[in-house]
Structure formats: structure tokens, C-alpha cells
Design a protein around this ligand. Structure first.
Ligand code: NDP
Length: 446
């Protein structure tokens, strides 16, 4: 429930950002947690920190013209929302997906502020992307699109200014084309200007795995707080992209059995446990579908247009997209005995679903805490670029595990300090907000 003192602020957000439903949802989620914080810290109200934090520092919208393989001219829309730079240069991924609108980019950028603050690293919050659909496009088309996108974006990017990375539809291939164009236009090999680079040209080991691995580490911490482990747990993961694949890999390494994953066509159910090497081959090398995985795996079946959450599990890990897990799905998971949920994706659980989980006493890790491992490892990539160093896989993974444990502890302690023991939503929102708020006050009215 939103505090009545914050209700007017929320009404203004809705009025000032009409039609941006996901942005409203993301701000409401944070404001819901902040009532007790403003009561304890009147200085936050005096400095109008909440109103300022909900208004992006800069929003860039641009035309992206490019030519397809047939020679036809195509036009897409590009966005970069630089939300908050109180803690460091703007940092956040780029999403290429037909569903991208300004409201989607703003919700993601807003979440990113608090997620980045929770990592304890010096990074501000931003997000960007385009309504470009990479699915079915040739490498040449992807390259031409990325080059055109960067031809505008480059003027806003830089290692001390704004450091984009990948997200849905943007992986190492796209970062390569974007970085190549940035290098060409600026005539600078500025590795720190983009993260998620290939490991042979400035990228960091573990960045590809980091979001999914981090989510599994966070789950492990949540279970440990309840004297439980992942060992022997049946898990269901949605999606089969970057986050999902590496969540599946780490969950399996930690002793769990992942029995299903999905894409927008349907669900692969594999009671024997997903064979992650086969999944990688199908998705990363062949750019295939989970139906191709199921065809090649004797223990698996594919159900088109199915909902992955109907498969009974102990642990659910949504790793696809926003609002993919509804109240109805949550009720089904609770009924089937699910004990923990961690958001690998950004805001995949609807507000109703989150309420159902919390009401049922399920351990629930919100994305801004549970999936922060990706951006944390991006910040480690920036550190390595700045010192012209490169760390081993084991060292970087160890740093990632420590960061996830520290995020878990911070959320736990802050929730406890505000009388909401075990509520990671409250813990993450308040801890992230306070760190940014204090920096904003220190930096003056800018
Ligand atoms: P990818 O593009 O690699 O994968 C997305 C996956 O989700 C694909 O399998 C896609 O299937 C599936 N998907 C998308 N929409 C739906 C849907 N409506 N129903 C079922 N499946 C769907 O993206 P990422 O793995 O990088 O990102 C996934 C989520 O994680 C996003 O919310 C992103 O913001 C978040 N995230 C990503 C980070 C990263 O480092 N990459 C960091 C932190 C968060 P299909 O191919 O059919 O579209």
C-alpha cells in the first residue's frame, strides 16, 4: 500500500507520463516501500528526492534508418533514457525488441538506478533500445542496424558518461557491431564505453554468464536464510535466452534439476533435467528454438503456446520478460508447493503475483536484487578496462558470488531494520533508494 504522503507524487507521475503503464508499475513498486523511509528521513522530502529520482535526467529519442538485404529502406525508433548519475556514469543495457517503447525503456531505466545502487559499485542508472526486431534478420542486416543506431547514440556514450550493455535481443554480436561503429566514429579504442564485449577484444570473462549465475547465487542465499539449499530442488525457468541459459547452468551445478524452459512459441518440458550443453548449441550456436531442443532430446517434450508455470516445481525462475507471471500463475505455483521465486528478468511478476507469493510466505527475490549480477560484472569489466587488466574466470566468478551474497545481506538487514523481515522487495527498494538519495543530497540541486 502506498503511503498517503506519497500518493500525490504518484498521481503526478501518472499524469506526467501518460500511457506508460510499465513505468507507472515500476515507480509504484518503489513508492510502496518508501513510506517509512520518508517518515524517518524528512530531509528526503525537503530535497524533493522522490520527485527528482522519478524524472529522468535526460531522454533521447532518435530515428534509425537502415537498409535490409533486399535494398529496402527501413525505419526504427531508438531510445536512451539517462535516468540518474548520482553514483557514477549512466549504466544499463540496450534492448532490441518490437515491444520497446519509451515507457518500457523508462521502467527498465528506473529499475536500473536501484539495482546498480545495490551492487555497491559506482554506476548510475540508464536503459535504451529500439523497436527493431532482430529475429530472422541476417548478420549483415543486424550490422547495418547497429551501425545506424550507434551513429546517433555515440554522442551520448563514453566511459565517464554513459556505458551501455546488452539486454533482450542484444548480445556479444550486437555489442561488437555497436562498438566497432563507436570506435570508427570517435577514432578511439575506448573499451570502457560499452560492456558485454567479446573476451578477445576487451570483454570480461563471466559477463555472459553473470546475470543467470547471479540469480542462482541469490536463490541459494535466500534458501540458506531458511536453512535450505538448492540441492535436489526441481526448478522451472522461463525463457531460453542469455539469462535463462546461465541460470539453468548454475542451478544445475548447485544440485538442482531444471525441468522446463520456454520461448514465446511454447514450453520444453524435460523431467530428466535440461541438458544445458544441448540448449546452448541450439540457442547460441544455431539460433534455434526450444522446440528444436525438445526434438533432439529424448527425455523432452514440447508443448506449443503452453504456460511454463503450470509445471510443478520447488523453485520458479522467470527469465523472459516483464509481467510474464500473472496472479493466476502465482496461485498455481503456490498450490503446487513452490518455495522460492527469483526474478532473472526485469519485473516478470505482476504486482498481484508478488502479493500472492509474499502472502504465502514464499521466498521472493525481486529482479533489482536477484538479477543485479549482470550489471555488477559489467562494472567489473569497466574496472578491468580502466586498468588494462583481465581477471581469470574463477576470480571473477568469486567476485560475482561475493557481490550477490552482499546484496542479499543488505536487503535482509534493511528489511529487518524497517520491520519487514524476509521481505526482499522492501529491503531492495529501501537500500537502493537510500544510497542514491544520500548521494543526490551531497551533490546539491543538479
Ligand atoms: P534474450 O533476448 O537473450 O532472451 C529472452 C528470452 O525470453 C527468449 O528466450 C525469448 O523467447 C523469451 N521471451 C521473451 N518474451 C517472451 C514471452 N512473452 N513468453 C515466453 N518467452 C519469452 O534476453 P535476456 O536473456 O538477455 O533477457 C531476459 C530478461 O532478463 C529481460 O527482462 C532483461 O531485461 C533481463 N535482464 C537481462 C540482463 C542481461 O545481462 N542480459 C541483465 C538483467 C536483466 P523468443 O526468442 O521467443 O522471443
Amino acid at each position: 500500500m502506498i503511503d498517503e504522503k506519497l500518493e500525490a507524487i504518484y498521481s503526478d507521475i501518472v499524469r506526467m507520463n501518460p500511457g506508460e503503464l510499465e513505468f507507472h508499475q515500476a515507480t509504484r513498486d518503489v513508492l510502496d516501500s518508501l513510506g517509512p523511509v520518508v517518515a524517518r528521513h524528512p530531509e528526503f522530502a525537503r530535497h524533493k528526492i522522490i520527485q527528482r529520482i522519478c524524472e529522468p535526467e535526460r531522454q533521447v529519442i532518435f530515428r534509425v534508418p537502415w537498409q535490409d538485404d533486399a535494398g529496402d529502406v527501413c525505419i526504427n525508433r531508438g531510445y536512451r533514457v539517462e535516468f540518474n548519475s548520482a553514483l557514477g556514469p549512466y549504466k544499463g543495457g540496450l534492448r532490441f525488441h518490437p515491444s520497446v517503447t519509451l515507457g518500457i525503456v523508462k521502467f527498465l531505466g528506473f529499475e536500473q538506478i536501484f539495482k546498480n545502487a545495490l551492487t555497491g559499485l559506482p554506476i548510475g542508472g540508464a536503459k535504451g533500445g529500439s523497436n527493431f526486431n532482430p529475429k530472422g534478420r541476417s548478420d549483415d542486416e543486424i550490422m547495418r542496424f547497429c551501425q545506424s543506431f550507434m551513429t546517433e547514440l555515440y554522442r551520448h556514450v563514453g566511459e565517464y558518461t554513459d556505458v551501455p550493455a546488452g539486454d533482450t535481443g542484444v548480445g556479444t554480436r550486437e555489442i561488437g557491431y555497436l562498438f566497432g561503429q563507436y570506435k570508427r566514429i570517435t577514432n578511439r579504442y575506448e573499451s570502457g564505453a560499452l560492456t558485454g564485449k567479446g573476451t578477445t577484444w576487451g570483454g570480461a570473462l563471466v559477463r555472459t554468464e553473470a546475470t543467470g549465475y547471479g540469480t542462482a547465487f541469490f536463490l541459494s542465499e535466500m534458501l540458506a536464510a531458511r536453512n535450505d539449499t538448492l540441492d535436489g530442488k526441481a526448478c522451472v525457468v522461463s525463457g531460453s535466452g542469455n539469462v535463462a541459459i546461465y541460470a539453468i547452468e548454475k542451478l544445475t551445478q548447485l544440485g538442482a534439476r531444471v525441468v522446463a524452459c520456454s520461448d514465446s512459441d511454447g514450453v520444453a518440458h524435460d523431467p530428466a533435467g535440461i541438458d544445458v550443453e544441448l540448449l546452448k548449441q541450439v540457442k547460441e550456436v544455431e539460433r534455434g528454438r526450444v522446440s528444436d531442443y525438445a526434438r533432439r532430446r529424448p527425455s523432452a517434450t514440447f508443448e506449443p503456446r503452453a504456460v511454463v508455470w503450470q509445471i510443478s516445481c520447488d523453485v520458479a525462475v522467470p527469465c523472459a520478460t516483464q509481467n510474464e507471471l500473472t496472479g493466476r500463475d502465482a496461485a498455481m505455483l503456490v498450490e503446487n508447493g513452490c518455495v522460492a521465486v527469483a526474478e532473472g528478468a526485469n519485473m516478470p511478476c505482476s504486482p498481484e503475483a508478488v502479493q500472492i507469493f509474499q502472502h504465502a510466505g514464499i521466498a521472493f527475490g525481486p529482479g533489482k536484487a536477484a538479477n543485479a549480477g549482470g550489471v555488477a560484472t559489467s562494472a567489473l569489466e569497466m574496472q578491468q578496462n580502466a586498468s588494462r587488466d583481465s581477471w581469470t574466470f574463477d576470480h571473477t566468478e568469486q567476485r560475482l558470488a561475493e557481490i550477490m551474497a552482499s546484496i542479499h545481506e543488505t536487503c535482509w538487514l534493511v528489511a529487518e531494520a524497517y520491520g519487514a523481515e524476509g521481505n526482499y522487495v522492501v529491503g531492495a527498494n529501501i537500500a537502493g533508494f537510500q544510497r542514491v538519495a544520500e548521494a543526490m543530497i551531497a551533490l546539491g540541486l543538479v
